[in-house]
Design a protein around this ligand. Structure first.
Ligand SMILES: [Zn+2]
Length: 108
């Protein structure tokens, strides 16, 4: 089996940055590697801002560094939503057990 890239779980919380938390209930999708993480964050941020042309090259550079050091990433708009990407240790990822993926909010 090929070694996977750093795996992140993506969350969107309607709360502001200081109150937002990644939770099972706001789990959005699974992301592998910095390209997917950056692309997802940028897409969600542009969508939240209602500006598909929003310039995010500085942010992308920062996100890339954070993925490189496997840190959690939080971004978003001042009044919410908060967009969160959490690094997941491979041996603790529910994605590895496909039978749990469809049971939203009830697994484990
Ligand atoms: Zn996963």
């Amino acid at each position: 089996m090929a070694r996977k890239q750093t795996h992140y779980h993506a969350h969107i919380d309607d709360a502001r940055m200081s109150q937002a938390e990644p939770q099972r209930a706001n789990f959005h999708s699974a992301l592998d590697g910095s390209a997917e993480v950056i692309n997802w964050l940028a897409t969600q941020l542009r969508e939240a801002a209602g500006n598909p042309d929003m310039e995010l090259s500085d942010e992308s550079e920062l996100w890339k560094q954070l993925v490189g050091s496997k840190e959690q990433i939080s971004t978003g708009l001042r009044g919410g939503p908060t967009i969160i990407a959490v690094p997941i240790p491979e041996d603790r990822c529910p994605c590895e057990r496909p039978e749990l993926r469809t049971v939203r909010g009830k697994s484990e």
